[in-house]
Design a protein around this ligand. Structure first.
Ligand SMILES: CC(=O)SCCNC(=O)CCNC(=O)[C@H](O)C(C)(C)COP(=O)(O)OP(=O)(O)OC[C@H]1O[C@@H](n2cnc3c(N)ncnc32)[C@H](O)[C@@H]1OP(=O)(O)O
Ligand SMILES: CC(C)C(=O)C(=O)O
Ligand SMILES: [Mg+2]
Length: 556
C-alpha cells in the first residue's frame, strides 16, 4: 500500500459558505502587526536568545515600528521572566508600544505571568491559549468539548479577576483556540464566544481573538473561509480584534495571512523572516513587503534591511535564505542576460519618462528602498550574463560607456572567463577582462610619439608618428580629414592597414585632470569590426591608443 494513504485532510470547513473574501482584490491598508519573534520565534531556536540578545531584538522591533510585541512566555524560564522585569523596571517600553505575554490556561502559570508584569504602566496584552482541535481533545487532553471549553473559560475568568483585583486598566486580553486549523469552526466559535462572554470587551477596551494555524493544514482559501466565518459570527465583533497567527507547514503562511486579512482579520502575528516552530511563523517582512509593493504603507520600516538581517542572524543563529523575499542576498540579483538587459533599459526608461513610479521589469520593488545597492546587488555577472548587464556594470562602477557592439563582444569574453573559471565575476574582474581584452592592447605595434600639424589646406591634418613595429622603431607621416584618418594614413605607409568603421569617446571623470576613454572599431578581414579602446588623460592620445589596440587585436 502506498504511504500516502495513511494521510487524510484534517481540517474542517465552516458550516456555511464563507467566500466573500474572494471578491476583494487586494489589501488596501496594513493590518495591526504583532511580532512574536521573542516568543514563538524564540521557542523554536536551537539555543533560545539570552536576555541581552532579546533586549537588542526588542529595541530593533521598536525601531522598525512594531506597536505590539509578544515579549515571551514569562512562566517558561528565568530569562523569559527577566526580560519582562528588565523592560518594566528600566522603563524601556515606549508609551505607544504594547507588550504581550503568553500563558497557558493554568492557574499557576497565569499567576506567574501576572507576577512578571508587576508595576508595568504601559499597555499590556495577556494572551491565554488552550488547544481545541479534535486531535488534541482526543489524544492530549482526553477531554470532551465541554471540558475543553471550561479550560478556556476558567483561564479567561482568572485573567479578568487578577486584573480587576490589581486595578490594571492597562491590561487587555487575547485568547487563542490553539490548533484552530484542526478545530471544527463552529466549535472554535463557541469557545471564543464563551471567553468573550467572560471578558465583555467594549470598543474602547477591545479583546483579541487570535486564530492560529498552529499547524498549517489546508490550502489558504480554506483558512480564509474559516477566518471569515469567525469574523462574521463572533459576538462583540465591534469590540474584538480578529487576529491571525499562521504557521508555514505547507509553505503558504503568507498566502494564509493575506487571504485571512481579506476575510476580515484586523491583525497579524508573525516573525521576521518567518522564524518559528518547524517551518516557521508567517514572515512579516514578506507580507509587509507585499503591501509596500502595491503602494500601501506597511507601517513598518524595512529601509535598512542589511542591518536587520545582520542583527537577526547574529542573535538567533539562524540564516536568512538568499531567496527570502525582499531580504535575501540574491533577491534583486539578475545574472541572466535578458533580465539584465531589461532591467538596465527599464531603469533608463524610468529616469527619462516616469521617475515618480516604479515599473521596472524583473524588480518588484526598488532595491534602494530596502537599503540594497544597484552596483553590487542587482546586475551580477556570470556565464549567463549578456551585453546589457556588462555595459551596466562598467558604466555604473567605472564610467565606461561602451558602444553596443563592443559591449556584446566584451560580454562573450566575460562569459568565457566565468564559464571556464566556473564562478561569478565581480565588477573589478569584469573591468579586468575589459582592459585585458581591449584597452591599450599590446601587440606588433607600439606608439612611442606623435604630433599633428595642420595641412596646407587648413581643413585637414598631417600626422607624424614614431612607433615600434615588430620591435623596430620607425617614423611615418600621413594626411587625413581628421586626426585619426591621418594616423591611419601614416600607418598605411608602414604597411599597416586600418580603416576606421566607428569611433566614440567620452570623459571618464569631471575636472581638468580627467581621463578619457575612446572606442575605435576598424574593419576586420572577415567583414566584421575589430574593437580597441584607449584610455589617457589626453583624448587624442586615448583615440590613437584605441586605434593601435584595434590594429594589434586585428593582427594578433
Ligand atoms: C503552539 C504554541 O506555540 S503554544 C506555546 C508553547 N510554548 C511553550 O510551551 C514554551 C514554554 N513552556 C514551558 O516552559 C512549559 O511548558 C511550562 C513551564 C509552561 C509548563 O511546564 P509543565 O507544566 O512542566 O509542562 P507542560 O507544558 O508539558 O504541561 C503539560 C500539562 O499542561 C496541560 N496544558 C498544556 N497546555 C495547556 C494550556 N494551554 N492550558 C491548560 N493546560 C494546558 C497539558 O494538558 C498537560 O496536563 P497534564 O499535566 O494534566 O498532563
Ligand atoms: C500560542 C499560539 C497562538 C501559537 O503560537 C500557535 O498556535 O501557533
Ligand atoms: Mg505559533
Amino acid at each position: 500500500m502506498p504511504d500516502h494513504v495513511k494521510y487524510m485532510r484534517g481540517y474542517h470547513m465552516p458550516p456555511e459558505p464563507c467566500f466573500d473574501w474572494v471578491r476583494k482584490e487586494y489589501i488596501d491598508a496594513a493590518p495591526k502587526w504583532c511580532s512574536v519573534d521573542l516568543r514563538d520565534g524564540n521557542q523554536a531556536l536551537v539555543i533560545p536568545m539570552s536576555l541581552d540578545e532579546k533586549l537588542e531584538f526588542f529595541k530593533k522591533l521598536v525601531g522598525l515600528g512594531f506597536k505590539e510585541i509578544e515579549i515571551g512566555f514569562p512562566a517558561a524560564s528565568e530569562t523569559e521572566f527577566e526580560l519582562a522585569r528588565t523592560l518594566i523596571e528600566n522603563d524601556m517600553i515606549p508609551e505607544d508600544v504594547t507588550i504581550q505575554v503568553l500563558t497557558q490556561a493554568r492557574e499557576h502559570i497565569i499567576k506567574k505571568t501576572f507576577d512578571a508584569l508587576e508595576g508595568c504602566t504601559t499597555p499590556v496584552i495577556i494572551h491565554v491559549y488552550n488547544s481545541t482541535s479534535v486531535a488534541q481533545r482526543e489524544q492530549v487532553f482526553k477531554k470532551d468539548k465541554e471540558q475543553i471549553k471550561r479550560i478556556a473559560v476558567e483561564g479567561a475568568k482568572l485573567l479578568k479577576e487578577l486584573t480587576e483585583s490589581a486595578g490594571r486598566d492597562n491590561y487587555r486580553f487575547e485568547y487563542s483556540p490553539e490548533s484552530f486549523t484542526g478545530t471544527e469552526p463552529e466549535y472554535a466559535l463557541e469557545v471564543c464566544n464563551a471567553v468573550l462572554d467572560v471578558w465583555q470587551p467594549t470598543p474602547e477596551h477591545k479583546a483579541v481573538i487570535n486564530l492560529p494555524a498552529t499547524v498549517e493544514m489546508s490550502s489558504p482559501h480554506v483558512y480564509a473561509s474559516q477566518v471569515e466565518y469567525m469574523s462574521k459570527n463572533l459576538r462583540y465583533r465591534e469590540a474584538v480584534e480578529v487576529s491571525l497567527h499562521p504557521h508555514n507547514d505547507r509553505g503558504t503562511g503568507v498566502a494564509c495571512a493575506e487571504l485571512g486579512v481579506l476575510a476580515g482579520a484586523d491583525r497579524v502575528e508573525g516573525t521576521l523572516f518567518g522564524n518559528g516552530e518547524r517551518t516557521g511563523n508567517v514572515d512579516l517582512v514578506t507580507m509587509a513587503g507585499n503591501l509596500f509593493s502595491h503602494g500601501v504603507d506597511p507601517l513598518l520600516d524595512f529601509s535598512d534591511m542589511p542591518s536587520i538581517v545582520e542583527m537577526y542572524e547574529r542573535v538567533t543563529r539562524m540564516e536568512v535564505n538568499p531567496r527570502s523575499p525582499y531580504a535575501g542576498q540574491l533577491v534583486f540579483a539578475a545574472f541572466s542576460g535578458s533580465h539584465q538587459d531589461a532591467i538596465a533599459k527599464g531603469l533608463a526608461w524610468r529616469d527619462e519618462h516616469d521617475p515618480e513610479h516604479w515599473t521596472c521589469p524583473y524588480l518588484p520593488i526598488d532595491p534602494a528602498d530596502v537599503g540594497r545597492r544597484y552596483e553590487t546587488d542587482v546586475i551580477r555577472i556570470n556565464s549567463q550574463s549578456g551585453k546589457g548587464g556588462i555595459g551596466y556594470i562598467l558604466e555604473k562602477n567605472y564610467g565606461y560607456v561602451l558602444p553596443p557592439k563592443m559591449r556584446e563582444e566584451l560580454s562573450y569574453a566575460s562569459k568565457d572567463v566565468s564559464d571556464h573559471a566556473h564562478k561569478e565575476l565581480a565588477p573589478e574582474e569584469v573591468n579586468a577582462v575589459f582592459h585585458d581584452t581591449f584597452v591599450n592592447h599590446d601587440g606588433r605595434l607600439q606608439l612611442l610619439d606623435f604630433h599633428f600639424a595642420p595641412a596646407s589646406d587648413n581643413a585637414s591634418f598631417k600626422a607624424f608618428l614614431t612607433v615600434k613595429l615588430d620591435g623596430v622603431e620607425q617614423d611615418a607621416a600621413g594626411n587625413g580629414n581628421g586626426r585619426l584618418d591621418a594616423v591611419c594614413d601614416a600607418l598605411a605607409k608602414l604597411g599597416v592597414k586600418a580603416r576606421i568603421a566607428t569611433y566614440s569617446e567620452h570623459a571618464l571623470e569631471r575636472g581638468s585632470d580627467s581621463r578619457a576613454a575612446a572606442y575605435v572599431g576598424i574593419d576586420g578581414a572577415d567583414g566584421g569590426i575589430v574593437w580597441g579602446a584607449g584610455e589617457h588623460h589626453d583624448i587624442i592620445t586615448a583615440s590613437i591608443l584605441g586605434l593601435i589596440s584595434a590594429v594589434n587585436r586585428a593582427q594578433a
